[in-house]
Design a binder for this molecule. Structure first.
Ligand code: AMP
Ligand code: MG
Length: 351
């Protein structure tokens, strides 16, 4: 299959390209498109056969359900059986935007979207290109991240091209994704609203709107792999570049000294070694590649660069990446959640 690659300016959307892409979706094909979180791999969310193609292109396990994206809020009524009060408050505060809500589903939603669940995950993105495409298609669009399953999510169209060239019908390039981390997922179908995946809409922000919010125990702790996550996708190894990622935790001086020692050791053993750090510490390291995620206190910048930098280590042919750990409060919860998964939930502590 030849994958068409089209560029759209989000401030001046070319409706001819949108129509062409929407046509592909209506006919059961796959189109990757930008959202404010990461690039999505879209299919008609009411067409079970089209959704199965998403699993095939990504190599995604079939028990990992998809998020349906809507172009207008009213579209929610087609797919959600009931809208609890807490969901209403969350939608009023954060939609359109980077948060996915789990609802009881209507029977129109195919099993290939939701797996064995009687619930459906729904997001109303703010990205103008995404919404214009969904509205032109006239159906909710199923769209997981447009990467090969297990790899870092794409935050640029070039990342999508690298993973999906020849496997999907079209890629729409709409520039860099704003947040660079996948949406927060919140389950409101059982008592206290529960975060199933942390994202740019933080626990603190949600608590201001709906009061007490829980975090699924399977995602809250380092190395806590016993609890089965309610978002099935969270049980899989994720966000991993080809390089092995190793987190190093401890006081600043110890981390820098230890990482430099580890780098030396591994280089002597013949490996190409990288270091992932922040602007403040980058100058203290010597390695085959020292890449900064941004300023330590700028979580938005760190979040938006994380997947791009993980992919860059692969591009540079790095075998092992030593990474510092970052702040865990606020958006840091999402950053560290992705980083821990990239590192297989293990770390080295240097006291
Ligand atoms: P992504 O691959 O980034 O689109 O992520 C989709 C995430 O949403 C996965 O972790 C899924 O497990 C989760 N998800 C989708 N539908 C549901 C659902 N009905 N209940 C719980 N989690 C869901
Ligand atoms: Mg994904």
């Amino acid at each position: 299959m030849i994958t068409k690659f089209k560029t759209i300016d989000s401030e001046n959307i070319d409706l001819k390209i949108i129509e062409e892409a929407a046509d592909i979706l209506k006919k059961g094909g796959l189109v990757a498109f930008p959202t404010e979180t990461v690039y999505g791999l879209g299919a008609n969310g009411l067409d079970g056969e089209a959704c199965r193609k998403i699993y095939e292109a990504k190599g995604r396990p079939s028990d990992n359900p998809l998020i349906l994206h809507i172009g207008e809020r009213e579209q929610l009524n087609i797919i959600a059986e009931e809208i609890p009060e807490s969901a209403q408050k969350i939608m009023d505060a954060f939609w359109p935007g980077p948060i996915t809500i789990i609802f009881k589903k209507k029977s129109i939603v195919p099993d290939s979207v939701t797996g064995k669940f009687n619930t459906v995950a729904v997001r109303f993105p703010s990205n103008k290109i995404a919404r214009s495409l969904i509205n032109a298609a006239g159906v909710p669009v199923a769209a997981p991240s447009a990467n090969i399953s297990g790899k870092p999510s794409p935050t640029r169209a070039s990342h999508v091209l690298f993973d999906m060239d020849g496997k999907i019908d079209m890629i729409i390039d709409g520039g860099a994704a704003h947040f660079g981390l996948e949406s927060t997922i919140i389950d409101v179908s059982t008592g206290v609203p529960t975060i199933l995946r942390p994202g740019a809409i933080t626990k603190e922000m949600l608590e201001e709107v709906v009061g007490n919010v829980d975090v699924d125990p399977a995602i809250s702790g380092m190395g806590n792999t016993d609890a089965a996550p309610k978002a099935p996708g969270m049980k899989y190894t994720h966000y991993s570049p080809n390089a092995k990622v190793i987190l190093v935790k401890g006081s600043k001086d110890n981390v820098i000294e230890s990482i430099n020692n580890f780098v030396c050791e591994k280089q002597k053993a013949g490996f190409k070694v990288g270091v992932m750090t922040t602007d403040e510490n980058a100058m203290f390291y010597t390695a085959d590649a020292v890449l900064s995620l941004g300023k330590y206190d700028d979580q938005e910048e760190i979040g938006s660069n994380l997947f791009k930098i993980l992919r860059k280590f692969d591009f540079l042919g790095i075998d092992i990446v030593y990474s510092e750990v970052f702040q865990e409060q606020g958006e840091g919860a999402a950053i560290m959640n992705r980083l821990k998964k990239a590192a297989g939930n293990t770390f080295i502590e240097v006291i």
